[in-house]
Design a protein around this ligand. Structure first.
Ligand code: DC
Length: 222
């Protein structure tokens, strides 16, 4: 099985790159962030915050997350409902970062991520893929960019979607999520020493994807 693990902070371009890599290699893309987002949306809709771990633990078995379609047509389903758009809303980003601190949530989602990786050629992106989900993956990358670069990208993305949020607020939220994701006690975002470090600041997503694809192809040739 080919398992390509990509970690990095919010807005580094992981999902765009991972999708391109999957397309170039003809393998599956698994967006693990979308799983945390869908889970957060499930509890947000029920008015349950990340501080209510007891309630979350009890209800987790009811949270059904799946994916359908391929490429641009890929959809995230939450209990059968297409939530692909809803999970990208600004408020869900913070809720996902908060809920992802809970060990019960992580264990629940990591189990299904490992199951998928065990039986398919897959590129996964997230925060703990190289360190925790698949520490023995053959291909490991850490993709990042400065806070400023990531905030500009996110600002443009939200503007294009009609969400008018001030740039300074977006930047502060990114810094806040970095802190959340890197400083949580359970499976925080870390750069593992065996991951190839990529700063995407001066690179297009296509260039990053080609770099990763070339590494995979070069190793598979030997
Ligand atoms: O990649 P993203 O922004 O869609 O992820 C949303 C949140 O989910 C992010 O703030 C941290 C969390 N997450 C995580 O803890 N572990 C992962 N493997 C993926 C995402």
């Amino acid at each position: 099985m080919i398992n390509i693990a990509i970690d990095g902070p919010s807005g580094a371009g992981k999902s765009t790159v991972a999708k391109l890599v999957a397309k170039k290699l003809g393998i599956t893309y698994l967006d693990t962030g979308a799983m945390y987002r869908a889970c957060a949306l499930y509890f947000m809709r029920r008015g349950i915050g990340a501080d209510d771990e007891r309630a979350i633990k009890k209800m987790l078995p009811d949270v059904e997350i799946s994916f359908t379609g391929e490429g641009e047509e890929k959809k995230v389903l939450l209990c059968g409902e297409d939530v692909s758009r809803a999970i990208r809303e600004h408020a869900v980003s913070k809720a996902a970062s908060d809920i992802s601190k809970l060990p019960c949530v992580r264990d629940f989602l990591v189990a299904s991520q490992r199951k998928i990786a065990a039986c398919s050629d897959v590129v996964l992106d997230g925060r703990d893929i190289t360190s925790n989900v698949l520490p023995h993956a053959e291909f490991k990358f850490y993709l990042t960019a400065s806070v400023q670069v990531r905030a500009v990208r996110r600002y443009k993305e939200l503007q294009a979607r009609g969400e008018n949020i001030e740039f300074d607020k977006i930047k502060a939220d990114i810094e806040d999520r970095d802190r959340n994701d890197m400083q949580r006690a359970y499976a925080p975002l870390v750069r593992t020493p065996d991951s190839v470090y990529i700063d995407s600041g001066d690179m297009t997503a296509e260039q990053v994807a080609q770099f990763i694809t070339d590494k995979v192809k070069a190793k598979n040739k030997n």
